[in-house]
Design a protein. Structure first.
Length: 174
């Protein structure tokens, strides 16, 4: 039985934003804030789950997209908690925020160096806020994933469309 972990999706999303670059496990680990051995273990789980090819270099985008749209909310659900400082996410960040008029709620990943305040959402993995701030494309993908994790129907539909755009861009650039 394969037991996927939240960091597996962080690794896959970073591979998508690193299209065209051949990242070693060490460099990938450095960019997303996990150990190189954890990246290796993650890619092995993803290979077993058919989320990457046998060489572990290409992401199976159709399988990833299907899992994110239909499964992430059940396997790694998110809930809003107490108000605090952090990095904006969910409907409070791009690309979702621009498509929702008049959203009064603010949501953040807890991060003491963050510049936003709002209801805190546990990120998919603890290193997400720092990894997202280093890579704007990864940040947007993680915001989309948070929207899929906890969004209502309209928000999820926007997230599904935004995810498709980014996945298609990845496929076209391979």
């Amino acid at each position: 039985m394969i037991v996927l972990k939240p960091q597996d999706f962080l690794v896959l999303l970073k591979k998508i934003t690193s299209q065209g670059k051949s990242l070693t496990a060490y460099k990938l680990a450095e960019e997303i804030g996990i150990s190189a051995s954890s990246v290796g273990e993650s890619l092995e789980r993803c290979k077993a789950a058919q989320l990457v090819d046998r060489s572990k270099k290409r992401v199976n985008t159709l399988a990833l997209q299907e899992f994110l749209v239909h499964g992430i909310q059940y396997v790694f659900p998110a809930e809003a908690g107490r108000v605090g400082r952090g990095v904006a996410t969910y409907v409070s960040a791009s690309p979702i925020q621009e498509q929702l008029a008049g959203n009064a709620e603010s949501y953040v990943w807890h991060y003491l160096k963050g510049n936003a305040r709002g209801q805190q959402i546990d990120p998919l993995y603890p290193s997400v806020p720092e990894a997202a701030l280093r890579d704007p494309e990864l940040y947007q993908l993680l915001v989309i994933v948070d929207t899929l994790r906890m969004g209502r129907a309209r928000e999820r539909e926007i997230a599904i469309q935004e995810l498709a755009v980014r996945i298609n861009r990845y496929v076209e650039n391979e």
